[in-house]
Design a protein around this ligand. Structure first.
Ligand code: UGA
Length: 451
């Protein structure tokens, strides 16, 4: 079985490492962060992802996962290096390649002495052309070797979702192998055949730039689906009795559309969709193409957070000194990640309007505290957030919020107005008992359709 080095022990690197080590591969995890490496060597995960820590711990105990800061020793004892470092956004929206470049330099230098053919795989999200025009020259310059002859090069995008990443590695919808040449692609395919055996997922083999484009197109399309349904939600709100939930359900039954990523709400966030759509916009502009569609995807998304505040103002008028409770701060449930979360945009707007803001999230409180400190109040429970509030907004659909009944809101709030930004409540039940406003739900006089 092949031994693998993984450069960059962030969320993609660790999930990939854990799964390969669990299936018997020897995995050497390389990171420049010494503290992270020490933590991992003790069997602890620096990030929370369901199933990750126990898998890593078992693999570390069995000696199949070896975290280190030493690139050279990792290269010497492996056949394949997978680069999984992050590619953050730059100010103008493009991606910052500094981590990819530095990993490529490390891998290149470490390959210099080696006489074996080594395969280098880029799994970081990079704009089309990067592997060929940036990574390959660095590898060649630092290894003094020739790509194709002395080492192989592939671009292998990942499609992992936070919270579901282990399953994403074990059961991907497909594997995309972008290859510099046939030998590189064959080597990577062999690795995946050994990993998946009889359960090999569908495989797409292509060139490097198509593989890079696939990752961006994938995320941009999913983001477009969400903004599309959010636009339809806005229309539904203006039409008496119309309900976006049923619209999404019905159009999702068309197999050409499918029901996923059609949940209207407070907007998409996270470390990927906003960054990747911005990068693709930037990339299009560099090629003199007007990315109008993608610009509207982002604009619609930004608008959703603003719209949540507008819905409150429609009911309450001026928000000055009104107490607004926010339930849900993470960009999606089951994570403490608040990067680009709609909650942050909503809180900023509410504060600007002079509202008093009180928040609760089962996991993300500490992260939000770091941003707003004592500018907002922090509750200890969902019920506790409601006390004395003039309005409550559901911003992230954590399961525990669905358990709140209309009576819970009525008992605690000064004014029982619920703005359901994630459509977690039954409008029929809620609107009978309190002032219930929801994304994508038209005026009250229509009949609610049952889903
Ligand atoms: C996303 C993609 O789904 C992964 O395939 C991809 O690999 C990853 O980005 C990445 O590029 O690394 P992730 O950011 O973990 O994964 O989150 P998603 O589960 O896709 O959700 C993104 C956002 O869209 C969340 O804020 C979520 O609330 C929102 N969303 C999702 C909706 O508003 N409506 C939906 O119907 C679905």
């Amino acid at each position: 079985m092949k031994a693998i080095s993984i450069f960059g022990l962030g969320y993609v690197g660790l999930c990939t490492a854990a799964c390969f080590a669990d299936r018997g591969f020897k995995v050497i995890g390389v990171d420049i962060d010494e503290n992270k490496v020490k933590l991992l060597a003790r069997g602890n995960s620096p990030i929370y992802e369901p199933g990750l820590e126990p898998t890593l711990r078992m693999a570390t105990k069995a000696g199949r996962f070896l975290p280190t800061t030493d690139a050279k020793s990792a290269l010497d004892s492996s056949d394949i290096s997978i680069i999984t470092v992050n590619t953050p956004s730059k100010a103008g929206g493009g991606i910052d390649l500094k981590h990819v470049e530095s990993a490529a330099r490390n891998v290149g230098s470490a390959m210099r002495e080696s006489t074996n053919y080594h395969l280098v795989v880029i799994r970081s999200t990079v704009t089309p052309g990067t592997t060929q025009n940036v990574v390959k020259p660095i590898l060649e310059r630092f290894s003094l070797k020739s790509c194709g002859r002395d080492f192989g090069l592939c671009m292998n995008p990942e499609f992992l979702q936070e919270g579901d990443a282990i399953r994403g590695v074990l059961e991907p919808d497909r594997i995309v192998i972008g290859e510099f040449d046939k030998r590189s692609g064959d080597e990577l395919k062999k690795l995946y055949r050994d990993f998946y055996r009889e359960k090999m997922p569908p495989l797409i083999r292509t060139n490097l730039s198509t593989a890079e484009m696939i990752k961006y197109a994938n995320n941009a399309f999913l983001a477009t689906k969400i903004s599309f349904i959010n636009f339809i939600a806005g229309l539904c709100e203006k039409v008496e009795g119309a309900d976006v939930e049923l619209v999404a359900k019905a159009i999702g039954m068309d197999h050409r559309i499918n029901p996923k990523f059609l949940r209207a709400g407070a907007g998409f966030g996270g470390s990927c969709f906003p960054k990747d759509v911005k990068a693709l916009i930037n990339f299009s502009r560099d090629l003199d193409l007007e990315p109008v569609l993608l610009e509207d995807v982002l604009k619609t998304n930004e608008g959703q957070a603003a719209h949540m505040v507008e819905l409150a103002k429609n009911k309450l008028g001026e928000l000055r000194e009104k107490r607004v409770a926010l339930l849900g701060l993470s960009f999606k449930p089951e994570t403490d990640d608040i990067r680009e979360a709609p909650s942050i945009k909503i809180i900023k707007r509410l504060l600007k309007e002079g509202a008093e803001v009180v928040v609760y999230d089962p996991a993300a409180m500490n992260n939000v505290r770091k941003i707003f400190a004592n500018k907002i109040a922090h509750a200890n429970s969902s019920i506790g957030t409601l006390a004395g509030a003039d309005c409550c907004m559901i911003v992230t659909e954590w399961a525990e919020f669905s358990k709140l009944s209309p009576d819970d809101f009525k008992a605690k709030m000064k004014n029982a107005l619920v703005i359901d930004g994630r459509r977690i409540y039954n409008p029929e039940v809620f609107s009978k008992k309190l002032d219930y406003v929801a994304i994508g739900l038209g005026g009250k006089r229509g009949k609610w359709a049952r889903i």
